[in-house]
Design a binder for this molecule. Structure first.
Ligand SMILES: [Zn+2]
Length: 326
């Protein structure tokens, strides 16, 4: 009897230790895999932990995995004949479409958000920075909180158009063009896990979160674009509830109608740029100096001097003198 009690106690302690280990070992990477040996196919999931140990979990859902693989094969065939994936396709150019004027369109564009394999929600714990005007330029995506090494997955099914480092600020960047016609951008990744031209289903792993490129701390910069023109992903995704925001539902598909209002920010920015480009003059008052005027008009001393070629000696400035500031 005492022996049995001791046995259970040891088993309990062991269980406790095992579960503690499971908690401290964070999964860096997990991927559904199948491999063949001795003419049998094995299905399972490969897990890589943050101490770089790995584990192979045999899947009882082999049917599901092979179903996914055959769906991927079907999508590969569809994509090879679809205009979406054969026209204006580039693995090197970020924006391959001809210039669009979507903010003036009179029609709406039907987007079947869940076409072919549904939707996978991007990290939604916390929105660092929304879509919109920020630090004198348009922030064309949404910044989502994550930890370095967090698994990132494709939002919709599609074909990987770009997977490479971008030195324009995106850092390690994945662009996926989707069967619904949209493109999603995933920037600042630590590692890229897919290759250009891979076919992905919604929820397939594409990379690990990071802070590469122009990023102040780890986050996902997530963009949604139609023919290269960005729009606010909060128009189609409710990040609080973790669901899509379709305009309509047909046959279990979530449909969104893109209209010019999704792209109205382009119009606002064009007006802003036109106003900024208009010539503007300023009459110097007592106590003014060029640096102060530059700050007032959101410009630099260098730019003001360039606009006023005659202004060589900053010490000779007079009260009442008119200078060009834009
Ligand atoms: Zn961003």
């Amino acid at each position: 009897m005492r022996f049995i009690n001791l046995f259970f106690l040891t088993a309990l302690i062991l269980l406790k230790v095992t579960s503690l280990n499971a908690q401290t070992n964070k999964i860096l990477f997990s991927q559904d895999l199948r491999f063949k040996s001795d003419s049998t196919t094995h299905y399972g999931k490969l897990l890589l932990y943050d101490d770089f140990s790995s584990e192979w979990i045999v899947s009882s859902r082999s049917n599901e995995i092979s179903k996914k693989d055959s769906l991927r094969d079907v999508l590969r065939k569809i994509s090879s004949k679809s205009d979406i994936f054969t026209k204006f396709w580039s693995n090197t150019n970020l924006f391959p479409y001809p210039k669009q004027v979507l903010h003036k369109m009179t029609d709406s564009i039907e987007i079947n958000l869940t076409k072919n394999s549904g939707f996978h929600l991007p990290p939604n714990d916390h929105i660092f920075s929304p879509f919109g005007w920020r630090r004198n330029r348009q922030h064309k995506g949404i910044d989502l909180d994550l930890n370095i090494g967090d698994t990132l997955r494709s939002a919709f099914s599609g074909k990987v158009r770009f997977a490479d480092f971008n030195n324009g600020g995106y850092g390690n960047l994945v662009i996926i063009r989707h069967f619904n016609g949209l493109e999603t951008y995933y920037a600042h990744l630590d590692k890229l896990i897919i290759q250009p031209n891979d076919i992905v289903l919604a929820g397939d792993i594409i990379g690990l979160g990071g802070e590469t490129g122009r990023a102040l701390g780890p986050h996902l910069h997530f963009e949604v674009r139609y023919k290269d023109v960005a729009f606010n992903s909060q128009n189609i995704i409710d990040y609080d509830k973790g669901v899509l925001k379709p305009s309509a539902n047909y046959n279990n598909n979530s449909i969104y109608y893109l209209t010019k209002s999704d792209f109205s920010w382009v119009d606002v920015n064009n007006k802003r740029a036109a106003a900024n480009n208009k010539k503007k003059y300023y009459k110097l008052k007592s106590g003014d100096y060029i640096g102060k005027v530059a700050v007032k008009y959101n410009t630099t001393v260098k730019k003001i001097l360039k606009l006023n070629p005659k202004l060589k000696n900053l010490n000779s400035l007079q009260i009442g003198q008119v200078i060009r500031v834009r």
